[in-house]
Design a binder for this molecule. Structure first.
Ligand SMILES: Cc1ncc(COP(=O)(O)O)c(C=O)c1O
Length: 489
């Protein structure tokens, strides 16, 4: 027993106790990783095949009986893993809402891991709790909510949407006098419906499925050519549901759809939600960042009429995963979620000690607010807004470049940072092959999707360092690949 206590002396180098000698180790480890990324081939990914990659990864013992020194492991990990990842800062990495990250955010990540505050209870994260609450208040004000609003950080847009729809469901039950957390769904729930556009993110259906409402409870409303919800179609759907005896418990509007970047007409949608007396959730995972820009935020008019709003910091705020927020107009709505626990959230703490577990579907949770706040303070609003405006301008420029390219055709005018297109005479399989070949050769990580049932390729511009020349180059590469495919067949 005593022997094992004394052994802990040998572990001094392994457990972060924030001694000076750890700082050196941490800095060296971080530098080795970054250096390995820099020495990657000048491409968004290496051209290694899936089978060779699996073989390489499995060629190292995952948990040897005795460990190696950190420097050796870090170097080897860099050579085998980081080197074969995707390079999100490469200008040809244009598939997803997957950003290169901000330097202050990455610096804060190290501190988040080293200090390991847990956001579930105040006694595990006193200052961190205050920082998260401060960030949520600031975000609520940016949305246009008043002081009764607040929020909570989550692991992503999917989790924030789940939380928003969970609150909508609990509020609907509460209106019938049912405590859904205690008694489960009332019989009436089989008639509950959630309306959203046919371009809404699939996480809305997933939320309904997880909450016991079923995917069929989510009714997709038609969109206009731009991808924004069609208000006339919404009115028709509301009337149809009413005739069928169903009850609309929530409308989910999207501010920035995944493929087209379309923003639903929030004021008009809010008026319908108010008339129905139902919850309005706005999924602003993508375009929430537009609130930072005087020029871009006009499209978000009406967002302040929502009951809950999803904003993803790990998209157009250039934060490392995970970083999202669910902001509610009325903080007391979190009571619909609260489950007291004897060891965390007893409710008898001293005045001012907030246990954030009461707002979250998680228990232990990272201090992700730290990297957001360190980034906001370092960059300031103006720089963030300018970077965002640049990306929107690049997407518009990409649209014009595609329009001028005879081998490609633009499917919709870019509204945010994406640009979707196909090619005259190209089949779905041709587009698949173009995307897959460029990926396999490591030349481009290009997006592929369906726009209203039509196969499409997609650029998603996330790198504020990209230039119009970079855009011209990626357009040229895709057009050339299509021509090569045609010539080969
Ligand atoms: C509009 C929208 N909502 C929600 C999500 C889900 O976000 P996450 O991947 O962070 O869970 C996405 C993802 O792209 C999205 O585009």
């Amino acid at each position: 027993m005593l022997e094992s206590v004394n052994r802990s002396k040998d572990w001094r180098d392994l457990v972060v106790a924030l001694d000076d000698h750890h700082l050196d180790t941490l800095a060296r480890a971080a530098a080795a990783t970054v250096a390995s990324l820099r020495s990657s081939p000048d491409a968004p990914r290496s051209a290694i095949s899936p089978s060779a990659l699996r073989e390489l990864i499995r060629s190292r013992a995952l948990c040897p009986e005795d460990g190696d020194d950190l420097e050796t492991v870090i170097d080897d990990f860099a050579a085998t893993v980081w080197r074969h990842g995707v390079v999100v800062s490469d200008v040809a990495c244009v598939a997803h809402l997957h950003p290169p990250t901000l330097v202050p955010a990455v610096a804060a990540e190290l501190a988040i891991a080293a200090t390991n505050q847990s956001m579930d209870s105040w006694d595990q994260a006193p200052a961190a709790t205050e920082v998260e609450l401060y960030l949520m208040d600031w975000l609520a004000e940016l949305i246009g909510f008043d002081r009764s609003a607040s929020g909570v950080m989550t692991s992503g847009g999917t989790a924030s949407n789940l939380l928003g729809v969970t609150l909508a469901r609990s509020a609907a039950a509460a209106r019938l006098g049912v405590d859904v957390l205690k008694s489960g769904l009332p019989d009436e729930a089989s008639d509950w419906r959630i309306l959203c556009s046919d371009q809404a993110h699939f996480s809305i259906q997933r939320a309904a499925a997880q909450l016991g409402l079923g995917r069929d409870a989510v009714v997709a409303v038609a969109t206009t050519a731009s991808g924004a919800l069609d208000v006339a179609a919404l009115d028709e759907e509301i009337a149809r549901q009413s005739r069928a005896g169903a009850r609309v418990i929530a409308i989910v509007a999207t501010a920035g759809t995944t493929d087209l970047g379309a923003i639903d007409p929030l004021e008009a949608v809010a008026a319908r939600a108010r008339h129905l007396g139902c919850w309005l959730h706005v999924d602003a995972a993508v375009a929430g960042a537009f609130l930072l820009s005087e020029r871009l935020k006009t499209g978000l008019a009406g967002i302040d009429l929502a009951d809950s709003v999803t904003i993803d910091f790990h998209k157009l705020w250039w934060q490392p995963f995970n970083a999202s927020a669910l902001v509610v107009r009325d903080e007391s709505n979190f009571d619909l979620l609260r489950v007291r626990s004897d060891y965390l959230d007893r409710g008898d703490e001293l005045e001012g000690m907030v246990n954030l577990v009461g707002r979250s579907l998680d228990t232990s949770r990272r201090f992700d607010a730290a990297k957001v706040v360190v980034s906001l303070r370092t960059l300031g609003r103006r720089a963030l807004a300018e970077m965002l405006e640049h990306l929107v301008d690049l997407a518009v420029f990409a649209g014009e470049t595609i329009d001028a390219e005879p081998d490609l055709s633009l499917l919709a005018r870019p509204a945010a940072t994406t640009c979707v297109f196909d090619a005259p005479g190209a089949s779905e399989d041709d587009l698949r092959q173009v995307q897959q070949r460029l990926l396999a050769r490591g030349e481009m990580v290009l997006g592929r999707t369906q726009i209203k049932g039509r196969a499409a390729l997609k650029f998603t511009f996330m790198n504020p360092l990209a230039t119009t020349e970079d855009v011209e180059r990626v357009v040229r590469v895709v057009a050339a690949e299509l021509r090569a495919l045609r010539a080969a067949s």
